[in-house]
Design a protein around this ligand. Structure first.
Ligand code: ATP
Ligand code: MG
Length: 406
């Protein structure tokens, strides 16, 4: 089996070739090989090398390729050539594992490295010329859409409980039909091990799962096997998530993992905050999730235009679009799509007008410096928003006088 460099640009790009040539005996591994064989997009390129990291660093630098020490403790360095990024990892075998971390030793043996990878379809390697090396029947599994552990599922999960979530993530993306029974059973049996994992690692897998075209069937299996409640212990809103997925497909919108998570969660800001904390989301993501849990999105389709403009002005376009997508997903099945499409189109063309008055104008009109300045200003701004943001300055000056002297 060979990946044809002529058909796979990433393989024949000068940057890729330069890095592979500098390293000498190196092979692509993991997602790049898997996706190339599937004809799917290759976004990040992982390279495996049968030499310790110090040697990779020296070889890359000797060829004038920039090296960043990103994960030296697990044998990874990042090579950068013309802004293209390559993760270069030394072949490893596990010496000890504890369910979260592994103590590794470097090796020259490709098959030892393959044996510590999670799934057969992720243990595929390709040489610089595209020749594929498959140590565990990964090609066959890939074609069949079977996400199968390398070795004994139970043992592999006990080494690193994150593999439970990876099982579902990869099945959602590359699986066909039912999940591998042995793997699923081992995952359900190991679910309590998820408690040991850091929020960041859980979040990364969960968000990548949510981002696949249709994560709902896999999430339902996770729920039925008691795994999902370990991460999202709430009454979940399946119909809303399913409708959002459906709308994403219909409207060709890029799946948004966090928005889908918001759709699945109950409208309960304490729950949203709890999830954000457990998954150690960024403050921005936490706020976004929490704001979306306020239960107001559904009503958007019935608001008069004036209120829509106010919301757009006050919350900004992206937050408004979030609400529309969530509200639409929550609309009763068969509900009219027109109001929702209208909202999206209004949002898309909305340019936030700048309120022309400032505190200085208020003071010049006779209000002494102090808290009343802000109050008067806010009152006029409120009127201005309600009236569709009229740009007429004379009108605003009159309104200002009215607010001061009424
Ligand atoms: P993607 O395209 O989603 O990045 P990927 O296969 O590259 O898919 P990564 O999470 O980037 O997935 O991991 C790269 C490779 O490292 C995997 O293909 C797998 O071989 C190995 N790997 C990553 N995490 C683990 C793990 N927890 N246990 C075993 N092997 C792993
Ligand atoms: Mg990857």
């Amino acid at each position: 089996m060979r990946i044809d460099p002529a058909k796979h640009g990433w393989l024949s790009e000068p940057e890729t070739r330069a890095v592979m040539e500098a390293l000498g005996n190196a092979r692509f591994v993991g997602g790049a090989v898997r996706n190339a064989l599937l004809g799917a997009a290759v976004t990040d390129i992982d390279i495996a090398v049968p030499m310790p990291p110090e040697e990779s660093i020296q070889k890359l630098e000797a060829a004038g390729i920039k090296v960043v020490l990103t994960g030296l403790e697990h044998g990874t360095v990042t090579a950068i050539k013309n802004n293209k990024i390559f993760e270069v990892t030394s072949l490893r075998r596990d010496v000890a594992t504890d369910g979260r971390h592994a103590v590794v030793a470097y090796t020259h043996d490709w098959s030892e490295d393959a044996a510590r990878r999670d799934f057969t379809m992720n243990a595929l390697y390709a040489a610089a010329d595209g020749e594929v090396f498959d140590y565990h029947g990964g090609i066959e599994d890939l074609i069949a859409g079977r996400v199968r552990f390398v070795g004994d599922a139970k043992a592999r999960i006990a080494e690193d409980y994150l593999r439970i979530l990876r099982l579902f993530r990869f099945h959602a993306w590359y699986g066909k039909g039912e999940m591998d029974d042995t793997a699923l059973r081992a995952a359900a049996d190991g679910k309590l091990g998820l408690k040991q994992l850091s929020g960041e690692r859980i979040a990364k897998e969960m968000l990548r799962l949510l981002e696949c075209p249709n994560p709902a069937p896999v999430l339902r299996v996770m729920a039925a096997s008691g795994i999902l409640p370990e991460i999202l212990p709430f009454a979940l809103q399946w119909p809303r998530l399913e409708q959002m997925i459906h709308l994403d497909a219909d409207n060709l919108s890029t799946p948004d993992a966090l928005l889908r998570l918001a759709a699945l969660l109950p409208d309960d800001s304490a729950a949203a905050r709890g999830v954000a904390e457990r998954l150690r989301l960024s403050n921005a993501d936490r706020d976004r999730l929490e704001d979306l849990a306020d239960g107001t999105a559904r009503a958007l389709a019935h608001l008069p235009a004036r209120d829509i403009h106010r919301l757009l002005y006050e919350m900004g376009v992206p937050a408004f679009q979030d609400r529309v997508r969530l509200g639409w997903a929550d609309a009763p099945p068969g509900a009219n799509a027109i109001p929702w499409r209208m909202l999206l189109s209004v949002a898309q063309s909305f340019e936030r007008p700048r309120f022309p008055l400032t505190g200085r104008d208020v003071m010049e009109a006779g209000v002494p410096e102090g808290p009343r300045v802000g109050k008067v200003l806010a009152e006029v701004e409120d009127w201005w928003i309600d009236n569709g943001f009229p740009p007429d300055e004379t009108l605003l000056a009159e309104k200002l006088k009215e607010a001061i002297f009424e």
